[in-house]
Design a protein around this ligand. Sequence first.
Ligand SMILES: C[C@](O)(CO)[C@H](O)COP(=O)(O)OP(=O)(O)OC[C@H]1O[C@@H](n2ccc(N)nc2=O)[C@H](O)[C@@H]1O
Ligand SMILES: Nc1ncnc2c1ncn2[C@@H]1O[C@H](COP(=O)(O)OP(=O)(O)OP(=O)(O)O)[C@@H](O)[C@H]1O
Length: 276
Amino acid sequence: MITFPNAKINLGLNIVEKRPDGYHNLETVFYPVPVEDALEVNIWNESTQKFRLHQAGLEIAGEAENNLVVKAYKLLDERFNLPPVDIHLFKHIPSGAGLGGGSSDAAYMLKLLNEKFNLKLSDKNLEEYAARLGADCAFFIRNAPTYAEGIGNIFSPISLSLKGYQIVLVKPDIFVSTRDAFAQIKPHRQEIPLKEVIKQPIEEWKERMVNDFEESVFPQFPAIKEIKEKLYQEGAVYAAMTGSGSSVFGLFKPEYNKSVKEDFGEKTFVYQGALK
Ligand SMILES: C[C@](O)(CO)[C@H](O)COP(=O)(O)OP(=O)(O)OC[C@H]1O[C@@H](n2ccc(N)nc2=O)[C@H](O)[C@@H]1O
Ligand SMILES: Nc1ncnc2c1ncn2[C@@H]1O[C@H](COP(=O)(O)OP(=O)(O)OP(=O)(O)O)[C@@H](O)[C@H]1O
């Protein structure tokens, strides 16, 4: 069975307070983006080992044991004693990018195992398992535009459609540590809550919708700020960093039909496509 875990962007990201457990409460809107990994799972007959992971595409730091798809398998295996599996993961979503690639792989692995082995877990059950694997994993279970608070795991649905808008996603060859980015933030509430800003026309977002991480990340990595400026020069209606960086996205009106790939240099990952 094969599935295609997609990326996300954050539309606005406000870090509102530090919690006693060291994590931060935040407010954000997650929106799915059609940049995809591929994840295939087959039963591994007559194996004495429980799993085997084959990787292709972009490299992932760390051991196979720590890969989030393996963690997802182990989590369900603890409860359901699953058959041994052969896993193939083709990585296309850059890591350390604020695109939630690892989180998406984990959530899609849960969904795939649920279906393949007929585990009968509801979306709610799957979200609970996903939340144990990473702060924003649970979003990818339903994978629809969502307002999130808490540590990024308390959801309310929103009626927002950017269907047809062109997205240009640019990930420079810069790694921003999510942990360090959080450590540098002074949490505070925005004057107009994101829940209100998101209801305003997209043309208004430039003045009001903020990713709090930009304030600490841009001075440290001016090249990321330059990408945002370039996307506005290209005519983006809204541009911002996603997550804790280092990717920046620009949203363009559906009729935008220029390819901007060549403008960002060789080592930069650029995706351009239409939102769903
Ligand atoms: C910034 C976002 O990309 C917004 O979507 C996510 O909240 C980050 O989610 P993520 O990459 O899945 O993060 P995790 O791998 O769970 O956490 C990495 C580190 O970020 C910090 N962290 C993460 C989420 C959160 N709400 N508060 C935090 O302080 C913690 O130090 C944690 O050890
Ligand atoms: N399947 C996986 N794909 C990518 N990274 C993985 C995976 N499994 C574990 N990781 C680890 O998770 C780290 C974070 O990767 P991820 O792709 O989630 O990027 P991210 O930019 O931190 O996403 P976000 O901050 O938006 O959640 C990687 O550096 C890697 O060591």
